[in-house]
Design a protein around this ligand. Structure first.
Ligand SMILES: *Cc1c(COP(=O)(O)O)cnc(C)c1O
Length: 431
């Protein structure tokens, strides 16, 4: 595989961009090697600057559920661009997109559009604090809600201690309001509610975490969160930035039949353009400026290009049988890969929900952050590079999801399974 141009671009990039990338995980740090500089993408494939083409399961980290450069989305963006790219004034498209989101998510009575998932999660937490008049929030170790200060916290010395910032630059005074609990452990949340009576504004959770690798909620866990938050008059916030329009049209809340107070969306709803959204109960959303006192704003919020792309994407996804087709593809790939891993006699554990999955390089089970962390990341790195050599582009980190898109054909999936067979043949068992 030729990589001369990517390597040269990376050297140049590192001189002018920190680490050579505009988002850390792109840098291949956890798998080693040089990131591929992408020149273009179409359908299920990405092509790098050296002209190598790969079957893509990164999917821009989730948004590209219809495949790259989908004709309907490209055409919608072209048309919108011709009408001007930003006005700083309301548009009909925003109303249409809000209505599509509402229809898909009955829990969302009102919604605000922003420009990223980070911004949406940050704003939802501010709104929850403003609405309840409380400062503390509960998040789960290993769940990612963007990089706003209050969310850059994982458990320090245990699930019951006050949050320690994950990053320099996050004030302790900010982090101390973030309490961390263990995913799939309702008792860890109950203890936080007992020790912080009347002080917790919200519990924010990825209902199906995708940012420690895919982890499934155990039956009843999300129901428990719903009950506890209701009893404590705290809000339940589902961060469905990945799962929204992914695991079902109506996200994880449709799948599990749970009604959160607020929902955070992003990724798929922008059709590949920068977008985020948060919405929920009418009375809670009424606290948001200019209707209410909780401030939130954005020069490019509801940007006409992003809205046009989002409308096209959600309209495509609303077609009959979309999610059945996606599940068929994902099941086929999942079963094929499972067979390959079993034959290879290699300890792996796969968590999968529909078209998102993670294969952990360990025996499992993986149910939370602590168990996810047991994975052999060096082995994942080897597997990643062997797959790349065989034309398959997986996430350059063990703790990410793979995404199947509607553009993956049966032939693509067969090629992927064959690539995995090749990658694992002669696998070093004890290194
Ligand atoms: C990607 C992601 C975010 C952040 O979205 P950005 O658009 O990258 O800011 C927030 N929450 C979850 C669950 C995500 O996967």
């Amino acid at each position: 595989m030729k990589t001369a141009i990517s390597r040269k671009l990376f050297r140049q990039a590192k001189k002018v961009i920190p680490g050579g990338v505009n988002s850390p995980v792109r840098a291949f740090r956890s798998v080693g090697g040089t990131p591929l500089f992408v020149a273009r993408a179409k359908g299920a494939t990405v092509t790098d600057a050296d002209g190598n083409t790969f079957l893509d399961y990164v999917s821009s980290w989730g948004p590209m559920i219809l495949g790259h450069a989908h004709p309907e989305i490209v055409s919608a963006i072209r048309k919108a661009a011709g009408r001007g790219t930003s006005y700083g004034a309301p548009t009909a498209g925003e109303v249409a997109l809000a209505n599509l989101i509402r229809k898909a998510f009955p829990s969302i009575e009102k919604v605000r559009l922003v420009s990223s998932g980070t911004e949406a999660a940050m704003s939802a937490v501010r709104l929850a604090r403003g609405f309840t008049g409380r400062d503390k929030i509960v998040k789960f170790e290993g769940c990612y809600h963007g990089h706003a200060d209050p969310m850059l916290v994982k458990a320090g010395s245990g699930a019951l201690t006050f949050g320690q910032p994950d990053s320099p630059g996050v004030p302790r005074d900010t982090a101390k309001h973030t309490l961390t609990a263990t995913f799939n452990d309702a008792a860890s949340v109950r203890r936080l509610f007992e020790r912080n009576r009347g002080e917790i504004a919200a519990v924010i959770v990825e209902p199906i975490p995708g940012n420690m690798g895919v982890v499934l909620p155990t039956p009843g866990f999300l129901d428990e969160l719903r009950k506890m938050t209701r009893t404590a008059r705290a809000l339940l916030i589902f961060d469905e930035v990945i799962t929204g329009f992914r695991v079902a049209y109506g996200g994880a809340q449709e799948l599990f039949g749970i009604v959160p107070d607020l929902t955070v969306l992003g990724k798929i709803i922008g059709g590949g353009l920068p977008v985020g959204a948060f919405g929920g109960r009418r009375d809670v959303m009424a606290a948001l400026s200019p209707e209410g006192p909780v401030y939130q704003a954005g020069t490019l919020s509801g940007n006409p290009l992003a809205v046009a792309a989002g409308l096209a994407a959600l309209t495509e996804l609303a077609r009959k049988n979309t999610y059945r087709k996606l599940a068929e593809k994902a099941d086929y790939l999942g079963e094929g890969l499972q067979g390959v891993f079993q034959k290879a006699d290699l300890p792996t554990w796969t968590n999968r929900v529909g078209s998102m999955w993670t294969t952990f390089f360990q025996e499992g089970p993986v149910v939370d952050y602590a168990t996810a962390k047991k994975s052999d990341t060096a082995a994942y790195g080897r597997y990643f590079h062997r797959m790349l050599d065989r034309g398959v582009y997986l996430a350059p980190s063990q703790f990410e999801a793979g995404f199947v898109s509607l553009a993956h054909t049966r032939r693509d999936l067969d090629r992927t399974i064959a690539a995995a067979r090749g990658a694992l043949s002669g696998w070093p068992a004890s290194r």
